[in-house]
Design a protein around this ligand. Sequence first.
Ligand code: ADP
Length: 545
Amino acid sequence: MGQMMAMPLLISSLIKHAARHAGETEIVSKRVEGDIHRYTWASAERRSRQLAQALARLGCEPGDRVATLAWNGYRHLEIYYGSSGSQLVCHTINPRLFPEQIAWIANDAQDRILCFDLNLLPLVEKLAPELSSVQHFIAMTDRAHMPAQTSLPGLLCYDELLDAEDAAYVWPEFDENTACSICYTSGTTGHPKGAVYSHRSTLLHTYASALPDALDCSARDVILPVVPMFHVNAWGLPYSCALIGCKLVLPGPHLDGKSLYELFESEKVSFSAGVPTVWLGLLNYVKANALKFSTFKRTVIGGSACPPAMMKTLQDDYGVEVIHAWGMTELSPIGTLAKLTTRQLELPKDKQQRLLEKQGKVVYGIDMAIADDQGRALPWDGVAFGNLLVRGQWVINQYYGQTTSPLVTLDGEPGWFPTGDVATIDPDGFMQITDRSKDVIKSGGEWISSIELENVAMAHPDVAEAAVIACVHPKWDERPLLVVIKKAGTELTREGLLAFFDGRIPKWQVPDDVVFVNEIPHTATGKIQKLALRQQFKDYRLPGV
Ligand code: ADP
């Protein structure tokens, strides 16, 4: 046996490290109360311990779930560390979900405590009668901002709870396989499902995500996660920022272009992360006001496919490197990222660009494969596409509360997680998502990638947003319908847009029709809601049908 110290990989060790080695480094938060709050990693660690103490005083016991309905802010960060660090389970809930879904999730997780941002009080008041397991409601604010009146029974004040504690608390040591947090998938089909992360899986994900060929984060960065802390733990950034000890900027609930731009500039943000839709808003704002970024250098974009046109604009017009990444709740979430090797950097620019547009290579710790419907492995030739399977140290092996295993076999070997995505993998290991399996358009036995068609449409200068869905067709089963929001003040026509596809994709894949709309529905995590769109256009008659 090896003779090394068996120090468990615990989340508390991250914030202890940050407090000791980056104790004076700032955490800046835009508060829901309206102002900007500044403090340091040392203060965050102290307050996290005060919170751990306060939660214990409220009767929390190891394994109890502490839920949050909150935006990106320092109190939310303290709940991440104060709950997980004291052997409780942090359960972030997306406030943009339907109230019935929130109640369902909170009851499924049997949340004992619910902490919420002040502007979500009306939502929590509405939900409270449905939340059978919640024993304490905590408003994440100070005494001065506490609501004068509320229907919530015994509402507690977050800052007051912390101020009553002396911070003599010492982080406990326990098994690294203990649960630290739970996140629910958005449940586009059926009920949401819980992924329960462990301290060990989270720490390994944290190490891997900070590497140069992953997010490439360092103590020299100023990191602003636009991705919400309720969307798969802000892709792990609250942990990786502690590991590297960098300045962290938390934007609160205002994610519009103006608010973000001003914060990027005033706090000298160098690195960010978010889904494509948030960059649409930010880019529109900087373009309309002829602005430039002075410190913003890199961003990771994932959650849904980053349109190549957006990547090009960020890179060419604003000097912002885009790291295209793929992941999912069940993977904590990082799976792959598109970063080039020395050899690939010698390729012609257009070839490099095409690689960067893919979802990329796995980080060490994740293993992937593509398989046909019978579970047979498909070649990595960049052409064959199939069901994307993964396994690894931060991939779930079970959903919370379920007894049947979600895992499948690959060439007879058990233990692979089916992602529900369809992908190709090229000989260099660059994976490209063709579609979610339920979004792919099945036309006369051939598959058409809705993402590829959307990427073409998004490259048209007059298109603000595009979504492609399958429409029923008597001859071909399904044909693509393009749903588009025009940019304001443009005169785009159906014919003009369809002509734009000529030569860019095979003729038989060109959408059968275009519908111009004012709005495209998005999920609670900012992705295009294909299910709702298909519903909206279920009786749509394509031309010639
Ligand atoms: P949900 O959106 O259902 O809450 P996730 O955030 O876990 O859940 O979404 C994971 C899914 O998002 C993936 O399975 C994939 O379909 C999609 N996705 C994530 N990143 C990308 C990407 N870069 N390109 C295309 N699809 C992506």
